[in-house]
Design a protein around this ligand. Sequence first.
Ligand code: ZN
Length: 241
Amino acid sequence: MKYGIFSDVHGNLPALEKVLSKLKSLGAEKFACGGDIVGYGAEPEKCIEIVKSLDCVTVAGNHDWAVVNLINPDLFNIYARSAVFWTQEKLNADDLDYLKNLPLRANLNLFEVSHGTVNAPENFDYIQSLEDAQLSFDEMETNLCFLGHSHVPISFFEIDNSVSYSLETKIVIDSNIKTLINVGSVGQPRDENHLASCAIYDTDKKEVHIHRVEYDIDKAAKAIIDAKLPKILAFRLYEGK
Ligand code: ZN
């Protein structure tokens, strides 16, 4: 079985469409989403519709929660906050309800999904150090968890109580090694690579591969500018940061 894992779509429809067609072309039959379907991008309602149609496990991101007032948008920078208010106006009651009811963590037995840390997902903290990763490892119920939030693909491993990390795009899954994999962002990559990021988990081969996908940035950027969202949200897509 191959799972397509993606996160941080952020209302970027052209990126989401390309990522899903890439994942399907690689054999993905089931999907999991690490949250932040909305925020920043100009087509949140279509992105929600597509994610819903995948009938996949999806966890809540901080932007999803901010849009439904489960966290205070004042915690965000001015551009993110203005996108939160814009998105609130754009979505209908059903979509807002959908975001409000997303769980913070999901356990599919084969693996788990969380947006930020596993130990305190409601705080939406980033895993910025090996110590942060250790706190998440301590709370994991399985040996593998997929994350989003930082928009930077990176993996952490716990072997014999020692934590390490890797930026490799092929990750071997070993039941004796706890593994956290940040799959990067579909709609707003921030590792200075403008290509949309996603992953395939092949449960038979026990391998995860991070893939980067070209998409029509001009189209996503134009939609942001036409929607009168902050222009910086369009320009940053070209730079991948
Ligand atoms: Zn995000």
